[in-house]
Design a protein. Structure first.
Length: 316
């Protein structure tokens, strides 16, 4: 791939603020669910976004598909802002960018026959009615399902089959980018591998780009060309999958790796007090086993430690 090509998806310094109640009757307090995140995804590439629950991954996903607007920063598709570019461009986005959720019912209406749900996505993409039946059958085949399934309802299938159907629906408008938010997290391990391989096969066949989100490092490692590690709304480390797995630089990445190898525990990546106030100090300070005196000072920037391998840690 040409390293100079325009990224398909780019997040430039994107933040998203939410508010939550402080205590039972308390005032609402604002906090950064996503804080100054920059990411770039090249055409045909898979960028894995990993981090524990509450770290802000789904908020990134929702901004990347224009379901949620950023509080600051820019989200670009092919170099153009998803939020401020002209109307024709913005109207083309639902076709070009699709999402697969953890729960397939987020995209499959339980009251509609599977073929109808997929046909609806084809209709939105402008496929004429007379071609839809054939296209539905082809899409079902593409995700390893029989065409007869079109006449049945989602609840008649297993979780893995439903997720295949959700993928068929996402692929219907022939998107360039698919944002997958924990697509296999609700599936049994044996079924997970099948669905991951299906995602890979379709990527190769269709030249898709994936922003692939998981809390599970094993899954991320199976899928990703590059990886970004997120914690409390920030990217703590990013680089090629080989960099991240062979040569992790950030103590948090190492903690995640240890935990995924069954040695250690991972707590919660909810934005803490320091982050909520936009405050100083390393966001990982409270959890870090290696922190020194300097770490309580200025929050570290994301620095390029080796070519293409960045970490937000004063000790790296
Ligand atoms: P992840 O997907 O990594 O588990 P999320 O992006 O879902 O993380 O959430 C990040 C933080 O933002 C969490 O603290 C979550 O509770 C909070 N959050 C997410 N969506 C909203 C919302 N609509 N309103 C208020 N807080 C939210
Ligand atoms: Mg999530």
């Amino acid at each position: 791939m040409d390293s100079r090509s325009t990224p398909l998806l780019e997040l430039q310094n994107v933040s998203r603020i939410f508010s939550r109640k402080k205590g039972f009757l308390g005032d609402r307090q604002e906090f950064y669910a996503v804080n100054g995140v920059s990411l770039a995804l090249k055409p045909g590439e898979t960028l894995g976004l990993v981090g524990e629950s509450g770290s802000g991954k789904s908020t990134v996903a929702r901004m990347a598909v224009r379901l949620l607007s950023p509080s600051a920063g820019r989200v670009l598709l092919d170099g153009r802002s998803m939020f401020t570019a002209d109307k024709a461009f913005r109207q083309s986005l639902p076709r070009r960018v699709q999402m697969v959720f953890q729960d397939p019912y987020s995209s499959l209406n339980p009251r509609l026959r599977v073929g109808y749900s997929i046909g609806e996505a084809l209709a939105c993409a402008g496929v004429p009615a007379r071609e839809r039946k054939e296209r539905v059958a082809a899409l079902l085949a593409q995700v390893g399902l029989e065409k007869d399934y079109a006449a049945r309802f989602p609840h008649e299938f297993s979780g893995g089959q439903r997720q295949r159907m959700a993928l068929a629906r996402a692929l219907a408008p022939e998107p360039e980018l698919v944002v997958c938010d924990e697509p296999v997290s609700s599936l049994d391990a044996s079924v997970q591998a099948q669905v991951l391989n299906l995602l890979k096969d379709n990527q190769e066949r269709l030249g898709l780009s994936y922003l692939f989100i998981s809390h599970d490092l094993a899954v991320i490692s199976h899928m990703s060309d590059r990886v970004a590690v997120m914690y409390a709304g920030r990217i703590l480390e990013t680089g090629s999958a080989a960099d991240i797995f062979m040569n992790p630089l950030h103590p948090y990445t190492r903690e995640l790796l240890e935990a995924s190898r069954g040695r250690g525990n991972v707590g919660s990546g909810e934005p803490g007090k320091a982050v909520a106030s936009g405050g100083s100090g390393c966001p990982y300070l409270r959890r870090c086993g290696q922190a020194g005196l300097d770490c309580a000072g200025e929050a570290p920037e994301l620095r390029e430690i080796r070519p293409g391998h960045f970490a937000r840690c004063s000790l790296a």
